[in-house]
Design a protein around this ligand. Structure first.
Ligand SMILES: [Zn+2]
Length: 99
């Protein structure tokens, strides 16, 4: 009995995590490929030491990639990042797009 409950809990936790991931993914309007590209771009600009706490470089990137900047920013904010360097610190494409 106890054993079954333990397994049930495990199963529930798995489902819960999956739902959380799906919810996140729904909020994200850019795809994994774009997100990885954006992270690479920010990395190449050494954003961690030079962020002025805006989306300056993200905007720059969106322009060169021809993606809708508003969509990108909504996506990124929904993932808990509010400036260029926070994208590097808080967003893990693997975590969002796995499965
Ligand atoms: Zn910053």
């Amino acid at each position: 009995m106890t054993r079954l409950k333990k397994e049930e809990r495990k199963e529930l936790r798995k489902i819960y995590k999956k739902i959380e991931r799906e919810k996140k993914r729904e909020l994200v309007k850019i795809n994994e490929f774009q997100l990885r590209k954006l992270l690479k771009y920010l990395d190449s600009k050494s954003i961690l030491s030079e962020c002025n706490h805006s989306f300056r470089l993200t905007r720059e990137w969106a322009k060169t990639e021809n993606v809708d900047i508003e969509e990108v920013i909504i996506s990124i904010e929904s993932l808990g990042a509010y400036c260029d360097c926070e994208i590097m610190l808080n967003i893990d494409p693997y975590e969002i797009f796995k499965e």
